[in-house]
Design a protein around this ligand. Structure first.
Ligand SMILES: Nc1ncnc2c1ncn2[C@@H]1O[C@H](COP(=O)(O)OP(=O)(O)O)[C@@H](O)[C@H]1O
Ligand SMILES: [Mg+2]
Length: 328
């Protein structure tokens, strides 16, 4: 009986995935109806552009760099996209309506949800930073399950991507979490798409693959744990600092594009390092998150994690564009 109910729930969720997929973005195939030929559409798709929004959010320079697309063709494509997806000024009340559709994924902890003003926000990037063993990976595992809940239960009825740069993802950890919430563990685990990556170029390429997969089913969460560590090892020394910053900034910009285009929650983890220049971060803390200003500007919400006494974990909103003036 219970498994029948589970199956029914899963079937309902499947239907949700398809219906919501329709609402989230415009397929690149719509360009056909606006005079763009099939071969140019497939060139865009091969370069990772699967939606009208993904083209619209890109610069002309990026589009011209796609093999086989001339400047004239790109102009025609941009013109067609602007007819399908408006990018101009919008009255604030319409923007307000759009913000009402944001989803807040529950972290599974009511206190933490309260601190986050509802949970992990969709359409934006949330950074979890803290020392080793402060619980960053644990929260990510939990979110992989809760993002699959239906909306009324604090989820978004979607699948999750997990980009793992540290080798700390453990699918077996999802099982007890799923069971605790009365979900079918096998179903939950199969809805988490996992990729291990060892270099920062590959880390960036995985985003393109994620975009392609998002045209096939509904995803509600993308996790990158950790977002910064490969950039630190791939680019070492002062001589490569500039290249490292540029590359990390590009990756973070792509993440933001994905959050905007596909209306999913992006969660990145980050470690902290001792502040060698003696500057204090966060009112006297001698440890600061990696990535400096580039990371600081990327996330809409920065959540600091610390270990407390007796295995407790202390969470603190370090920065949130909405909660900025609230103290905890
Ligand atoms: N809120 C918590 N309370 C108690 N233990 C926790 C909590 N969060 C995580 N842990 C435990 O702490 C250890 C380290 O957690 P982990 O998520 O791997 O940390 P990080 O990713 O920050 O290094 C794990 O054994 C995990 O089970
Ligand atoms: Mg970890």
């Amino acid at each position: 009986m219970k498994s029948k109910e589970l199956q029914k729930n899963t079937e309902e969720n499947d239907i949700d995935y398809d219906q919501q997929q329709e609402e989230t973005f415009h397929s690149i195939d719509l360009l056909k109806e606006h005079g763009i030929n099939a071969s140019d559409i497939s060139k865009l798709r091969d370069a990772g552009f699967n939606s009208i929004e993904s083209v619209t959010y890109s610069t002309k320079k990026t589009l011209v760099s796609i093999k086989g697309l001339s400047e004239i063709k790109v102009e025609k494509i941009i013109d067609a996209c602007s007819k399908i997806c408006q990018m101009g000024f919008t009255p604030s009340n319409i923007y307000l309506e759009k913000r009402k559709n944001l989803v807040y994924l529950t972290t599974g902890s009511s206190e933490l949800d309260k601190l986050l003003d509802g949970g992990i926000e969709s359409d934006s990037i949330t950074e979890l930073f803290g020392e080793f063993r402060t619980g960053k990976t644990q929260i990510c595992h939990r979110l992989c399950v809760t993002c699959q809940f239906p909306r009324e239960k604090g989820g978004s009825a979607g699948k999750a991507f997990y980009i793992d740069t540290e080798g700390t993802f453990r699918p077996e950890k999802l099982k007890p979490i799923a069971e605790r919430f009365g979900l079918d563990p096998d179903e939950v685990i199969s809805n988490v798409l996992y990729a291990r990556t060892y270099n920062s170029d590959h880390q960036n390429k995985l985003l393109m693959q994620a975009c392609a997969l998002m045209t096939e089913s509904k995803f509600s969460l993308l996790i990158v744990g950790s977002a910064t560590n490969l950039y630190r090892t791939d680019y070492s020394g002062r001589g490569e600092l500039n290249a490292r910053h540029l590359s990390l900034a590009k990756f973070l910009r792509n993440l933001q594009k994905i959050a905007d285009e596909h209306q999913i929650a992006v969660v990145i983890t980050n470690q902290v390092i001792a502040s060698v220049d003696g500057s204090s971060f966060d009112g006297g803390n001698d440890k600061k998150p990696i990535g400096g200003h580039i990371m600081a500007h990327a996330a809409q919400t920065r959540l600091s994690l610390r270990k407390g006494l007796n295995d407790n974990r202390i969470y603190k909103i370090n920065y949130n564009i909405i909660l900025l003036n609230t103290s905890f």
